[in-house]
Every structure is written in structure tokens, then in C-alpha cells.
Ligand binder design. Structure first.
Ligand code: PLP
Length: 460
């Protein structure tokens, strides 16, 4: 098992069994990717270049091991660091009901666990996705436009490396992130060095304490070395939702260059709809649209969905066959009938979105209550996703140091510096921001926010 930054940040519970120096001070257990002989073992694991890139330890991995360790460190830890979706009551019930239905119908169960699906994905599930997107959004797509992957994360790994990196003629092409901060999970996906190039956002103050990022189109030259443009919408970590006109402009830019715009819709519409503003998801032949079942409540099934041209879909299917044979079929079997009955959309609108919106508003209320008049703070307008993105413009320490101080007080957050992949110029903004997950135990969220305010004030 290679330990990626993403896995560590977004699923820190995977590290729960790994004792470390962090919170309790026990020695760390060996982790995959560590080189050098094990105690009592004479073999030295020699890692290839690939191995060094994907399995070696990194600073952030150490940091994230702390997060994972916190998951097992008792319930006085305020865990605001991970990217796990919250268990949403109405969703859990629907999913349990659906699983009971599958179990009761022996045939469905046998097919779910007993068959490899085709490398492009489960045929009936693809059909359900096509019907949903045609009916709900009017997209003119067929089954040839849809591929199922083992989580959207693995789709990004394949897509980025299919499109960018080193080419046979010796040239190099990159993925352009037209606005950062952006999803940390992209950062380490490249098989080649230097896979990303990124642009700073335009920052607008909406009121004294609220800001919003917008794409700085005036400084968005798309060079010949750009293989694709990629955005997450809603954005992890900022909670930003690019406006429809921004997405259209990006799509036009991409089309004019003959390259794709990759639109990561892990939190977006039509499901799971953790988006609090009105948006119109768009697709055309220049867009690679990515969806995930994870934030609907099924991160454990590892199911991602890509909507793209048949050429992209076939390329993904071919890669999938080599890397995985097939994608797992459990998520597809669970969601298929919820999609065809309209239940998945109803749940997204009536259960998931209000659940997260209410939690976001409460957390935002606590930010203002504990920080206003006490510290210089700003918070990104939370338009979607499960995160609040805080900015302390006058902080005299970095948010990495703040993270360390917070950890000592058993509050776990993710410092901002990790969310700027591909940005070459130094930018202090990254060291002044941090991400918190607002979606879990409200008492822990409030306590965590109060302690963050105290530590920012103490740091001056
Ligand atoms: N994209 C974004 C913006 C995410 O936040 C995540 C996970 O947190 C992913 C993609 C990957 O999700 P999954 O591989 O579970 O589909």
C-alpha cells in the first residue's frame, strides 16, 4: 500500500493504527515506502524512481500521519483536518435499505460481488448515469461518453498522466490549474516532475471578513505547453464555486486551444449537491466532467464517473484494464436504482445539501463569534464542499507553525501551504490560510474554532 498525500489528508483514519511522535509521543511504526532494513530483517527495500515518487515518505506524510493518529487518540481531539464526508442520517438509511434489497435478491447480490465489470464500467450503471444526465441536464451523451473508475482520484491519476508529462518528441506538457488554492490530491499524481502550472486568483472582499476568489483571466495565458486545464467545482479547500460564466470562459479557452477542460465535480450537482449557490453544470466535447459517489456517502466503494468524448472514455477503459482489470461494482450496484428512481437526486437536494449547508452556517457563526474583534481574520465565502478556508492576513507565524501549536492543543487542521500545487512564485497567502472540515461533530467544531482563535491571538 503506497501512502499518498491525498490518502493521508482526505482519509486520515487510514493512519489511525500508525503510532507516531505526534500526539502521544510513541515511536512511529514503519510505514510503506520507508527505505532501510526492518529490525530483524536483512533486506533493504530499493525503490525505483516510481517507488521513490509514490511510496517514499514526505514531510506532509509525517504531518498527515498525525491526523490519522488523532483518529485513534481518544475523543478529546478536535478533528477538523480530514476530508471524510459526514454520516448523514437520511442517506445512511437509504443506503442500508438499498443494500438490504440487494442482499434479499440473490441474483443482484451474486452479480454485484461475483462478476468483473467491463473495463469501461458496469453497463447498467453507465446507462443510469446517461439517462440521469440527459434527463436532468439535457446533455447529449450516450454510453460511449461514460467511464467508471475506482474513485475519481484514480481517474485523475490516469487523465493527468495520459494528457501531460513527457512526449515522444521530447516535449513536455502540463496541467494548468487556472486558480489556486486547489485540491491537494492532484499534487502528487504526476509520473513526471513538474506536472502542474498554476495561477493566483483575483481576491475580492465581499465584506469586512468575507472574501472570494475569482479566476484572474487577465493573467491567464494558456501556453503551448498546457495539455489540459483543471478545476474543482466546488473547490476543495476554499469552498469556492466558480460561476457559470467562469466555467464557460475556461471551456472556450480550452476549446480554442484544442485541449480539454477537466471539471472536478466531486461535491457538485446533480449529486451529491454540496453546493449552496445556483449553478448549471455544463458539458461539451472539450470538457472532461468528473463525478464521484464518495461525497454522496459511499467513499468506501471507490466509485468515480467520467463523462467525456468516446476517445477519452476508451483511453481510460484501456488504462483501467491494465491497472485494475475492472472497477469495483458495489457502488454501481448500490446507486443504480437510486439514480433511475430519482431518489439519489431527491436525497441530494432534500437531505445532503441542507445538512451540509446548516453545518457550514453554524461553523461560520462560530468563526465570527470567536474571532470578531479578537483577531484579524477572513473567511472564504462558503459556496459548497465541506470546508471552511480561513485567512489570517496579519499572522506573524506560518499556518504550519500554527498547525503545530494547535496540534499541541489537540486541534487538527490542514495548513494552507499544501494547496498551491504548480505555483512557482512564493506567495505568503498560502502560509496565512488553513482549511477546516466543518462537517463532523458540531461540539468539536466549535471547540476547535475557539482554540484556533485563541492561538491566532496568542501568536499575534
Ligand atoms: N476531487 C476532490 C475535489 C476531492 O475533494 C476528492 C476527495 O476528497 C476527490 C476528487 C477524490 O474523491 P474520490 O476518489 O473519493 O472519488
Amino acid at each position: 500500500m503506497a501512502l499518498s498525500i491525498t490518502a493521508a489528508i482526505e482519509s486520515p483514519e487510514r493512519f489511525a493504527a500508525v503510532p507516531g511522535q505526534g500526539l502521544s509521543g510513541e515511536p512511529r511504526l514503519r510505514q510503506p515506502g520507508m527505505t532501510g532494513p526492518e529490525e530483524g530483517c536483512s533486506m533493504t527495500l530499493r525503490l525505483s524512481k516510481f517507488g521513490q515518487r509514490f511510496a517514499a515518505r514526505s514531510g506532509i506524510l509525517e504531518l498527515m500521519a498525525d491526523l490519522g493518529q488523532a483518529m485513534g487518540a481518544g475523543n478529546d481531539v478536535c478533528m477538523l483536518g480530514g476530508g471524510n464526508p459526514a454520516p448523514v442520517p437520511g442517506v445512511q438509511e437509504a443506503l442500508r435499505r438499498r443494500m438490504a434489497e440487494i442482499l434479499a435478491d440473490g441474483d443482484q447480490f451474486d452479480r454485484m460481488i461475483g462478476n468483473y465489470d467491463p473495463p469501461q464500467g458496469n453497463v447498467a450503471f453507465i446507462d443510469a448515469i446517461v439517462q440521469l444526465l440527459r434527463g436532468e441536464l439535457g446533455w447529449e451523451i450516450g454510453p460511449e461518453n461514460v467511464a467508471v473508475t475506482n474513485g475519481s482520484q484514480s481517474a485523475f491519476f490516469l487523465l493527468f498522466n495520459l494528457l501531460a508529462g513527457e512526449f515522444a518528441d521530447g516535449s513536455r506538457r502540463r496541467i494548468l490549474l487556472p486558480i489556486v488554492p486547489e485540491y491537494i490530491g492532484y499534487a502528487d499524481l504526476g509520473l513526471a516532475d513538474d506536472l502542474f502550472t498554476a495561477r493566483k486568483p483575483d481576491i475580492r472582499m465581499l465584506d469586512e471578513n468575507t472574501f472570494k476568489y475569482r479566476i484572474d483571466f487577465d493573467n491567464l495565458a494558456v501556453g503551448d505547453d498546457v495539455a489540459a486545464i483543471c478545476v474543482s467545482r466546488p473547490t476543495n479547500p476554499s469552498g469556492n464555486v466558480l460561476a457559470d460564466d467562469e466555467v464557460r470562459r475556461l471551456a472556450d479557452l480550452a476549446a480554442a486551444r484544442g485541449i480539454p477542460l477537466i471539471c472536478d465535480n466531486a461535491y457538485g450537482a446533480p449529486f451529491p449537491r454540496i453546493v449552496f449557490v445556483d449553478i448549471q453544470p455544463i458539458w461539451n466535447e472539450s470538457i472532461i466532467f468528473s463525478m464521484s459517489l464518495s461525497k454522496f456517502g459511499l467513499p468506501g466503494t471507490r466509485t468515480g464517473v467520467i463523462v467525456a468524448t468516446p476517445e477519452v472514455v476508451q483511453s481510460l477503459a484501456h488504462c483501467n484494464a491494465i491497472v485494475s482489470l475492472a472497477s469495483g461494482g458495489v457502488g454501481a450496484a448500490m446507486l443504480r436504482s437510486l439514480l433511475t428512481s430519482g431518489e439519489a437526486l431527491r436525497i441530494s437536494r432534500e437531505v445532503i445539501r441542507p445538512f451540509y449547508q446548516q453545518r457550514a452556517e453554524r461553523a461560520l457563526g462560530w468563526v465570527h463569534e470567536h474571532m470578531r474583534g479578537r483577531v484579524a481574520y477572513r473567511v472564504h465565502k462558503c459556496e459548497g464542499s465541506m470546508f471552511l478556508w480561513l485567512w489570517f492576513p496579519e499572522l506573524t507565524i506560518t499556518t504550519y507553525e500554527l498547525y503545530e501549536r494547535l496540534k499541541a492543543r489537540r486541534v487538527l487542521v490542514v495548513p494552507g501551504t499544501y494547496f498551491f500545487p504548480g505555483l512557482r512564485e512564493p506567495w505568503e497567502h498560502g502560509d496565512q490560510c488553513l482549511r477546516i472540515n466543518y462537517a463532523h461533530d458540531p461540539r468539536a467544531v466549535e471547540k476547535g474554532i475557539r482554540i484556533i482563535a485563541e492561538e491566532v491571538r496568542r501568536a499575534g
